[in-house]
Design a protein around this ligand. Structure first.
Ligand SMILES: [Zn+2]
Length: 165
């Protein structure tokens, strides 16, 4: 979903995109080949929608949640560097010591590293982080969702220039 100024805002479900289009809140810029069918209606599946009324939006922030955090850390334990499932979320400075729920205090950690670290800081547990955690860049975040089917998204995410017809 793009803001009215074409800034990428969010990725929404097909259901939401179709509803917003029915409510005339958005303009559909591109559709997938697939259609959605009901007994009486066939609707194209929107790929890119642009809202009609500009929304004030902090376009640099990505929602802090488990999925986005694991995504940022590439589903890799930030202590041992292994992609060991199940991954947990570790508070670098433990909550008990005043550690916050924030992008720079949360990392993906495998269960054994998380257990080993326990309620300590990395230095007191004698463990080190592979990299300094920071908030993800929104554009990079969206770029990860681009598969072959989403080639139409690329110009809007600055991954390739617009084709001028
Ligand atoms: Zn680990």
């Amino acid at each position: 979903m793009l803001n009215s100024n074409y800034a990428p805002m969010t990725i929404c479900t097909a259901k939401r995109a179709i509803c917003l289009n029915f409510l005339n809140k958005v303009e559909v810029l591109s559709n997938y080949e697939e259609v959605v069918k009901s007994p009486s209606l066939t609707v194209s599946l929107p790929s890119i929608i642009k809202i009609k009324d500009y929304v004030r939006y902090d376009n640099l922030s990505v929602d802090l949640n488990r999925k986005n955090l694991l995504e940022r850390d590439n589903y890799t334990c930030q202590y041992c560097g292994q992609k060991k499932m199940p991954l947990t979320i570790d508070h670098i400075i433990p909550k008990a010591s005043g550690g916050k729920d924030s992008w720079d205090n949360l990392v993906a950690a495998c269960r054994s590293c998380n257990q080993k670290k326990g309620n300590e800081t990395p230095s007191s547990a004698n463990m080190s982080l592979r990299k300094k955690p920071k908030p993800p860049n929104r554009l990079h975040y969206f770029q990860r969702f681009v598969k072959e089917k989403q080639n139409d998204w690329k110009p809007y995410l600055f991954m390739e220039p617009f084709k001028i017809n």
